[in-house]
Design a protein around this ligand. Structure first.
Ligand code: AMP
Ligand code: MG
Length: 436
């Protein structure tokens, strides 16, 4: 209620510092598309402080787009309404899909207009995160060879996010192991849902394993491992299927920062880092495979060739990734007709369905159980674009409606069935922009 009051809205718009708060902009470095930049920092975000939530969890509160900071460089420190709404919609949808993510508490118009390619309404997003510490935060101090700061940051991260490793004989290796495990699990979840982050720079990777910094992110419609939406990702570095590899690349950059904490002998330190980094791929593969088996409703390794076979068929016929798995849920109840019609040539899917039915047994999940794993609703690009276009005109009803639908992604919501549909050819969004 207070947040909706004039004082509360003023606070959300960055017009007044809340009592007791001592806002900061944080410094960080990062590899942007593989190139190291020794100083980035919060150029359009201000960290108001920390609050402890009702579950006792400490959270950061950050305003994104509230104005210039010492790190704004040539930027204006502001955000346009479109990217703010995009982050709001997608981060809240990710939370509803049970994927670790920063949250959006509020989006407010700033009242200013910001200059991008055209003049656009300015807005401020209030972001809630477990913390805003990034791989790039470690890189900032490591690049300056400030070992004491790297150690202090590592100790802070352990205390805040990984207290279980504090008493480990080798807490810093254990810290790296934990970050690797969370990142592997996170990216596996992205893959299950067709999420493409779009800018997996090391400064956009949370040390706590939450999805952070929603820019030109997008969900894949038709299944294609090479899918890229981001207009700035010319070479497909951050394409859908590259995400696990890039996560490991980023974690390797983190490990480099931590080397001095592993051992004074650099050769030994590198061995330790390599040992930890070698756990990423098995952890990712296990999480990815387990989730994909669950999506087709088969447990155990006997489902794996069927998972691969299904994806291959989706790729061949450019079938919608999310909708195909949702319709497979109907097939589990005996009705494969809607699934079959998605394929140009039904013979191949019929053969696949035959094999699938044979593998299923009395213990296999029914349609209702599978629908709790395969969502009907994801924030599709064409829907997000339509919502933003309406909002820029001053109509927020589509935004409210889309968020309401996405809050219950696993439930059939017959009155909103259209939101589950893939874009028609003329509705397809081929490129997304970071809007910075
Ligand atoms: P991103 O790719 O959105 O994570 O941003 C990369 C870097 O650019 C970060 O350090 C941001 O703070 C900075 N940045 C992005 N947009 C702006 C802006 N409008 N004004 C100032 N800095 C910005
Ligand atoms: Mg960023």
């Amino acid at each position: 209620d207070w947040l909706a009051s004039p004082d509360g809205v003023g606070f959300l718009a960055g017009q007044a510092v809340p009592p007791g708060a001592d806002p900061i902009a944080t410094a960080y470095a990062g590899h942007q598309f593989g190139n190291f930049v020794p100083q980035l920092g919060d150029g359009r975000a201000i960290l108001l402080g920390e609050v402890v939530d009702r579950q006792g969890q400490r959270r950061d509160l950050q305003l994104k787009g509230a104005g210039p900071t010492p790190f704004s460089r040539r930027g204006d420190g502001r955000a346009a309404l479109g990217p703010v709404l995009r982050e709001y919609i997608v981060s809240e949808a990710m939370a509803a899909l049970d994927i670790p993510t920063t949250r959006a508490l509020a989006a407010v118009l700033s009242g200013d207009r910001v200059q991008r390619e055209t003049m656009l309404p300015g807005a401020v997003l209030t972001r809630v995160a477990s913390s805003h510490i990034r791989i790039g935060t470690f890189q900032f101090f490591a690049a300056r060879d400030d070992r004491d700061a790297v150690r202090a940051l590592a100790d802070h991260v352990i205390a805040r996010h990984y207290p279980q490793v504090a008493t480990d004989a080798y807490p810093y290796r254990a810290l790296l192991a934990q970050v690797i495990a969370r990142q592997a699990a996170l990216v596996a979840r992205w893959m299950h849902i067709g999420f493409i982050h779009g800018v997996m720079n090391t400064d956009n990777m949370s040390i706590a394993g939450e999805t952070i910094d929603y820019g030109p992110c997008a969900f894949m419609d038709a299944y294609d491992p090479a899918t890229v939406f981001s207009s700035i990702d010319q070479n497909g570095r951050y394409a859908y299927a590259n995400q696990p590899r890039i996560a490991l690349w980023n974690l390797t950059r983190l490990a480099e920062c931590l080397l001095p904490l592993f051992d004074d002998d650099q050769t030994k330190a590198i061995e330790i880092a390599k040992e930890q980094l070698a756990t990423f791929s098995p952890a990712f593969d296990a999480a990815y495979t387990q989730g994909m088996r669950a999506k087709v409703g088969l447990s155990g390794a006997e489902g794996d060739d069927l998972v691969g076979g299904f994806l291959q068929l989706l790729g061949q016929d450019e079938v919608d990734f999310i909708l195909a798995f949702r319709r497979l849920c109907d097939a589990a109840d005996g009705d494969a007709s809607d699934l079959r019609t998605m394929f140009a040539e039904p013979a191949a899917i019929d053969a696949w369905l035959d094999a699938w039915r044979k593998r299923r047994n009395d213990g296999s999940p029914n349609g209702a159980a599978l629908r709790r794993i395969n969502p009907a609703f994801i924030p599709r690009n064409h829907r997000i674009e339509a919502v933003i276009t309406a909002a820029v005109r001053g109509d927020y009803a589509p935004f409210e409606e889309l968020n309401a639908v996405l809050a219950r992604p696993y439930e059939d919501q017959p009155q909103f069935a259209a939101y589950a549909e893939p874009p028609r050819p003329e509705q397809r969004v081929l490129q997304t922009f970071c809007g910075t």
